[in-house]
Design a protein around this ligand. Sequence first.
Ligand code: NDP
Length: 341
Amino acid sequence: TNVSLVRSIPSGAPTVADFKVSSAPTPAKESLKDGEILVRTLYLSCDPYMRGRLSGRKDSYVASFEPGKSLSGGGVGVVEASSSAKFSAGDIVTGADFQWRTVFVAPAAGFIKVPAAGAAEPVNVLGVFGMPSFTAYVGTVVLCKIKAGETILVSAASGAVGQMVVQLAKARGARVIATAGSDDKVQFVKELGADVVFNYKTVGDYEAAIRSAAPGGFQAYFDNVGGEFLDAVLKCISPNGRIAECGMISQYNATSDTAYAIRNLSYVITSKLTIHGYIVSDYYARPAYGEFVQEVSELLKDGKIQYKIDEVVGLENGPQALLDLFEGKNFGKRVVKVTGR
Ligand code: NDP
């Protein structure tokens, strides 16, 4: 099976009709060229940044998907055959450029081997040790430098990134205020240890809700949503506040006509705010990555961290699984289970 983009999507919310699921011939082991591997996909990662790749834009930090060609993104799979000294058949591999195919051939250079400990539970490579989890670490620990006695606010707190922000901040002794888009999600985020959690869809006035959740103020905001919620935060975050500007999912389907215009930007001056915009891929080559892996390994070993995976079965359901992210229909880290071990 193979999922491709039918056409480039100029504006607004994409639909499943923008994708095509088709059957593709399984590549033969004999067709491998020197340095290539044949990979069978176990899991594919659905991530909000992929919306930017459905745009046809050429100026983004990731290349746009091309109509007619397979989608690609983070994944984990098993090497079925190898013409590269780097891998042997049976190795579990991961990379950011998995094709949305059941089986595919690619140069070995784009993949790394998953260590035996991680290979036992391959979905964790996209989950608790995955890119969004590391994104949470960078924003919370490296950029906001959250510490005991401080309060951090995080939006989309039940998601792939948010659930780790909550737990990493709690592990440092901070107070955590969080938002989520349903009562079930609110309950889950409370179980992760957040001190106050509210459903932003039913709360009414954002500014009033934030002020009553954090009467003593808050020093940091981890932004996953942008738009109107960010605007309210700018107005009520404490002086010298730090913002990890991670994502603005409320704006990813917006057009120039529907994009939310921020009104409270001048609070950056009067409240002396620091906004840290960042892209996680810049941090894999820095010490932060090793520190993240070590901390999460220890928290896991001690049973002090949990990570919710939201699995959709079948590559044919991949397009809907991806589009669900923009309607909050995922609950936890969304992955597509493509084939079994
Ligand atoms: P999630 O698992 O959190 O899934 C997306 C969630 O966003 C939904 O479940 C929904 O939660 C919420 N959401 C969807 N639409 C809206 C909307 N219109 N307004 C408010 N909330 C909405 O995704 P991730 O954890 O993978 O990503 C979270 C953010 O982090 C995204 O903005 C993403 O782009 C960003 N990111 C940035 C990276 C970087 O390097 N800077 C790397 C990785 C992710 P709910 O039901 O609570 O509304």
